[in-house]
Design a protein around this ligand. Structure first.
Ligand code: NAP
Ligand code: ZN
Length: 348
C-alpha cells in the first residue's frame, strides 16, 4: 500500500502552489526511504511547472535538491543505514545498461534517465519531487552528505552544485584557466565558488553591477556588467571557458566572441527558446558551443566530497511552505541571494 504524505502541489501551469498530498511507494528490497528535511528551489522547478519545456502531468510536486535522513532501508540495501544524512538530486533511476550508464554518466542514459519529478517511473506512475516530507529512491541514486556540509546548505549542491561542477571538471577549469560565469543566480554562484576552489581565474558576467560585491566575496577575481557594451569590447577573445547559467535567452553571439582560441561556451541554463549561433563566431577561433546536464551519480558524490574538503556551500535563504509562491516570484525576478531552501518541517 502506498503511503500518502504532505506535499506542495502545482495543479496547473499558472495556479499558485498549494498544500496537498502525494503517494510514495512501499520500500522495495533495493530502496531507501528518506525523511526529507530541506528542499532547494531550482529555476528548473519553475520552468517545468510553467510548461516552458513541454506539457506536464498535474497535479505535480517538484523539487530535485533534496537533503534528508534515511528512515527505512530495503532488505538488499548495503550502502545506507537508518539515520544516515543523504541527498537526492535530479534523477532517481536510469537503465543501468547502456554505454552512458556503464560509463557512470547516468544523466545521459540512452533510454532517458528517470527525473526526480514529472517523469514516468518503472511502475507507470509519475515521479514526484522534493517539496514533500519523504521520498523512496533506489539506493544507487542516493548520495551521502558529508558531515562537514551544513545540512540545509547540502540540498542545493544536489542540482546547482553538480550542474556547475561537472562542466568545470570536464573542460578542465583550474590554475592558468580563465573562466567566466554568465548569470549570478543559484547555479552561477556555485560555479564561482567551485571554479575558484579549482584554482581558475574567475570572472562574473552579470547584467548590472548590483551583485559585484557579492561576486567578489564568493571568490570571483573580476566582475563586468553585460548591460555595458564596453564589456564586450574589453573582454574579446579572453576566456578559455564560459559557463552560461542564464535561464532566459541572451545574445549568445556576443558572448561567443569573448572566447579565446579553442575556448568553449557551455550552456547549463535551459531557456525555452533557441539560442541561434552564427557559425562564423565558432570558426573564427576554433571555438565550441556546448551543453551540459547535471552530472553522474559517482561525480555527484565526488562533488559533495570536494565541497566538504574545500569548505564550499551555497548561500541560502530559508523559506517555508506558506512562502513558496513568493520565493518563486523572487527567483523569477533574480531577487535571491542565492538559493532558496524550503524548511520541510513547515510542510503539512
Ligand atoms: P536563477 O537562480 O534564477 O539564476 C539565473 C540567473 O540568470 C539570474 O540570477 C540572472 O543573473 C540571470 N538572468 C535571469 N533572467 C535573465 C534575463 N532575462 N536576461 C539575462 N540574464 C538573466 O536560476 P538557476 O536555478 O541558477 O537556473 C539557471 C538555469 O539553469 C535555468 O534555466 C535552469 O532550468 C537551468 N538548469 C540547468 C541544469 C542542467 O543540468 N543543465 C540544472 C539546473 C538548472 P544576473 O542577475 O546576474 O544577470
Ligand atoms: Zn535544478
Amino acid at each position: 500500500m502506498p503511503t500518502i504524505i504532505p506535499a506542495i502541489v502545482a495543479s496547473s501551469p499558472t495556479n499558485q502552489l498549494v498544500a496537498g498530498t502525494i503517494e510514495r511507494r512501499d520500500v522495495g528490497p533495493a530502496d531507501v526511504r528518506i525523511d526529507i528535511r530541506w528542499s532547494g528551489i531550482c529555476h528548473s522547478d519553475i520552468h517545468t511547472v510553467q510548461g516552458d519545456w513541454g506539457p506536464q502531468h498535474y497535479p505535480l510536486t517538484v523539487g530535485h535538491e533534496i537533503a534528508g535522513t534515511v528512515a527505512e532501508v530495503g532488505s538488499e540495501v548495503t550502502k545506507f543505514a537508518v539515520g544516515d544524512r543523504v541527498g537526492v538530486g535530479c534523477m532517481v533511476n536510469s537503465c543501468g545498461e547502456c554505454a552512458n550508464c556503464v560509463a557512470g554518466e547516468e544523466q545521459y542514459c540512452l533510454q532517458g534517465m528517470t527525473g526526480t519529478y514529472g517523469a514516468e517511473d518503472v511502475d507507470g506512475t509519475i515521479t514526484q519531487g522534493g517539496y514533500s516530507t519523504g521520498i523512496v529512491v533506489t539506493e544507487d541514486f542516493v548520495l551521502r552528505v558529508p558531515e562537514a556540509i551544513p545540512f540545509e546548505k547540502a540540498a542545493p549542491l544536489l542540482c546547482a552544485g553538480i550542474t556547475t561542477y561537472s562542466p568545470l571538471r570536464h573542460w578542465n577549469a583550474g590554475p592558468g584557466k580563465k573562466v567566466a560565469v554568465i548569470g549570478l543566480g543559484g547555479l552561477g554562484h556555485m560555479a564561482v565558488k567551485i571554479a575558484h576552489a579549482m584554482g581558475a581565474e574567475v570572472t562574473v558576467l552579470s547584467r548590472s553591477l548590483a551583485k559585484k560585491d557579492d561576486a567578489l566575496a564568493l571568490g570571483a577575481d573580476h566582475y563586468f556588467a553585460t548591460e555595458n557594451p564596453e564589456t564586450f569590447r574589453a573582454l574579446r577573445g579572453h576566456f578559455d571557458l564560459i559557463i552560461n547559467s542564464v535561464s532566459a535567452t541572451i545574445d549568445i553571439n556576443a558572448h561567443l566572441k569573448l572566447l579565446a582560441l579553442d575556448g568553449a561556451l557551455v550552456n547549463v541554463g535551459l531557456p525555452p527558446e533557441a539560442l541561434p549561433v552564427k557559425v562564423g563566431n565558432l570558426i573564427g577561433g576554433r571555438r565550441s558551443f556546448a551543453g551540459s546536464n547535471i552530472g553522474g551519480i559517482a561525480e555527484t558524490q565526488e562533488m559533495l566530497d570536494f565541497c566538504a574538503e574545500h569548505g564550499i556551500a551555497p548561500e541560502v535563504e530559508i523559506t517555508s511552505a506558506d512562502q513558496v509562491n513568493e520565493a518563486w516570484a523572487r527567483v523569477l525576478a533574480a531577487d535571491v541571494r542565492y538559493r532558496f531552501v524550503i524548511d520541510v518541517s513547515t510542510i503539512g
